[in-house]
Write a protein that binds this ligand. Structure first.
Ligand code: SF4
Ligand code: SF4
Length: 335
């Protein structure tokens, strides 16, 4: 992971209005949009970075050691682009229509459509281009998920929602089926409220989890730490079915797959905020695209690697690979 190296270029003179940014984000289909100044984002990143360190020291990352290497950049968003002055944080509802959810083996909803990394980044590039039409000297950098930025903490600080006990961001109007993205800008955004990310602030959404513990009780492998609001990857089906490529799953995981062959949505499915507010995505790219995932997952068992790579060229499941998906399906069938 490398930062974009800051060669000496003068800071931007551009100043933007939050309403202008929100308007172009809305045009690209983002339901949620908030803005942080770089000073505020650095405070959030420092705090979230030290929580991440504690999570890593406890071994929660399993064998995903790339997370350890990303800590320095995650702890300071100013390192990701020269002269960063502001961060635009966006959210997009990806919940697929109910008719597409009843497959077994099951695939996490976020992976039923096109790979969100490409889709969200493409949209953020369009946001940047639209802003550059009015301000040609404006520079920016879109970041999505795999980039070293603490998106969820930034989203909370920007007022997009609160971090649920299952660790995902929850928005009171949209629930938690949300993709997040960040656009770094070298322009100052006027009138951004300098919220304190620690203390209560008018820009922060209150924590509406209350006494609810549904996600904690529903998790089949007890992966959720309700106090820290983190998930231990060593016990999470999403880690084992997506990231881990060992030839066989350990018994405590294999016996608890509950039909999930790629990811796991259980903790989000039971959340009352989703049950009340989830609604189909307006983004066509996130409707189920791949009939292998949505109608006939068992056909993966007899698929060859060349066919898999062609069929999954635009899917987030491509990176996991055919052998790992076959391992997962076999474990479900043996259960
Ligand atoms: S994704 Fe599944 S296994 Fe992981 S914390 Fe949520 S319910 Fe538990
Ligand atoms: S299920 Fe309950 S505790 Fe878990 S995130 Fe949702 S509201 Fe919070």
């Amino acid at each position: 992971l490398k930062s974009s190296l800051p060669n000496a270029s003068p800071p931007s003179e551009v100043r933007l209005q939050p309403a202008d940014i929100q308007a172009v984000c809305q045009q690209q289909g983002f339901e949620l949009c908030g803005v942080l100044s770089i000073a505020q984002a650095q405070g959030v990143a420092r705090q979230a970075g030290s929580s991440l360190q504690a999570w890593l020291q406890a071994g929660n990352q399993a064998d995903m050691h790339w997370i350890d290497r990303s800590v320095p950049l995650r702890s300071d968003p100013a390192l990701l682009m020269p002269n960063t002055q502001s961060l635009v944080v966006v959210g997009l509802n990806y919940y697929p229509p109910a008719t597409e959810t009843a497959t077994t083996p099951k695939v996490a909803r976020y992976a039923r459509g096109q790979d969100y990394h490409r889709v969200i980044k493409h949209k953020l590039r369009h946001v940047l281009k639209a802003l550059q039409q009015q301000n040609p000297s404006l520079k920016g950098r879109p970041l999505v998920d795999s980039a070293p930025v603490m998106e969820r903490a930034m989203a909370v600080a920007a007022g997009l929602g609160w971090q649920g006990k299952h660790s995902n961001l929850i928005n009171p109007s949209h629930g938690s089926w949300l993709f997040l993205g960040v656009l770094l800008l070298d322009a100052v955004v006027e009138d951004v409220i300098e919220a304190d990310p620690v203390d209560a602030s008018p820009t922060l959404t209150p924590d509406f989890c209350g006494r609810c513990t549904r996600c904690i009780s529903a998790c089949p492998t007890q992966a959720i730490d309700p106090v820290k609001r983190t998930v231990n990857s060593q016990q999470c089906l999403a880690y084992w079915t997506i990231e881990n490529t060992a030839p066989a799953l350990p018994p405590g995981i294999a016996d608890n797959l509950n039909g999930w062959m790629f990811g796991c949505d259980i903790c989000q499915e039971v959340c009352p905020w989703n049950l009340k507010h989830q609604h189909p995505t307006a983004e066509p790219a996130f409707l189920a695209q791949n009939p292998v995932l949505t109608q006939d997952p068992l056909s993966l068992l007899t698929m060859d690697d060349t066919t898999f790579k062609q069929a999954f060229a635009h899917s987030a499941a491509l990176r996991t690979g055919l052998l790992t998906l076959q391992r997962n399906i076999q474990a479900i069938l043996n259960d």
